[in-house]
Design a binder for this molecule. Structure first.
Ligand SMILES: O=P(O)(O)OC[C@H]1O[C@H](OP(=O)(O)OP(=O)(O)O)[C@H](O)[C@@H]1O
Ligand SMILES: O=c1cc[nH]c(=O)[nH]1
Length: 195
C-alpha cells in the first residue's frame, strides 16, 4: 500500500500497527489512499474465483460500507448494483437504540448459493457484522461469506475477522472513527472524534 495512507496489512492475524499521527497527536488516515488499497484487495479476492467461474457479489453495510460497495461495483466494472445490508433489525442493542438508520437492506441478487463479499468502513467490536450476517440469512443461505474492510481498529468482542483490511490500527476506546463521503465529488475522508 502507499506509505501515506496508514500502516496496513491484509493478514487477519497481524497485530495492529501504530496509527499515523500528525502534529498535535491527532490520527491521520488517508481514506482515498486506503480505498485504492481496498480496491486492489477486492480485485485479488475476486480473482481467486477465476478457476471455478464463481461470481462474487458485493454487499455493503449501511452506511459507510454501502458507499464503499457502490464505488467498488463501478471501479470493478461490475454489472448491476451492489447490495446493501442494514444491521438495524438484528442489533443486540435494538431495544435501546431502535431503528437509528432509515436505510433498508436491498439485495439485487439471489442470496441462495451466492458467494458474497461484505464491505464495511470500520471493523471494531464485530457486533455490526454479526447483525448483518443474521440479516443476510433472512434472504437465503449463501455458499460463502467473506468480509473486507477499510480499517480494522481492533477491540473485537466476538470471534469475527476480516479476510482483508486496507489498514489495521490501534485506536483508544474513547475515540470513534467514521467514514464521510463528500457531496458532489464523492471523495472519502475519515472523521476521528472523541466518543
Ligand atoms: O464492529 P462494530 O463495533 O459493530 O463497529 C463497526 C460499525 O460501526 C460503524 O457503524 P455505525 O453503527 O456507527 O453506523 P454508521 O455506519 O451509520 O455510522 C461502522 O460503520 C461499522 O459498521
Ligand atoms: O448489534 C450491535 C451492532 C453494533 N453495536 C452494538 O452494540 N450491537
Amino acid at each position: 500500500m502507499s506509505n501515506n495512507a496508514a500502516s496496513s496489512s491484509s493478514s487477519p492475524t497481524s497485530p495492529p500497527s501504530s496509527p499515523q499521527t500528525a502534529a498535535g497527536g491527532h490520527l491521520t488516515l488517508d481514506a482515498e489512499a486506503l480505498y485504492r488499497e481496498l480496491l486492489r484487495g477486492v480485485r485479488s479476492m475476486r480473482g481467486e474465483n477465476h478457476n471455478d467461474n464463481t461470481n462474487t457479489y458485493l454487499a455493503g453495510v449501511a452506511s459507510g460500507g454501502m458507499w464503499l460497495a457502490q464505488r467498488l461495483q463501478k471501479d470493478l466494472g461490475l454489472a448491476g448494483e451492489a447490495g446493501v445490508l442494514s444491521s438495524s433489525l438484528h442489533r443486540d442493542d435494538f431495544a435501546s437504540r431502535g431503528l437509528a438508520s432509515s436505510t433498508s437492506s436491498l439485495l439485487p441478487f439471489d442470496v441462495n448459493g451466492a458467494d458474497i463479499l461484505l464491505l464495511d468502513d470500520v471493523l471494531y467490536t464485530g457486533r455490526t457484522v454479526r447483525a448483518v450476517i443474521n440479516e443476510l440469512y433472512d434472504y437465503g443461505r449463501p455458499a460463502r461469506v467473506r468480509l473486507a474492510v477499510l480499517v480494522d481498529r481492533g477491540g473485537r468482542e466476538l470471534p469475527i475477522e476480516a479476510a482483508y483490511a486496507a489498514a489495521r490500527i490501534a485506536l483508544p476506546a474513547n475515540q470513534s472513527l467514521s467514514l464521510a463521503r463528500a457531496e458532489g465529488s464523492g471523495a472519502f475522508s475519515f472523521e476521528v472524534k472523541e466518543a
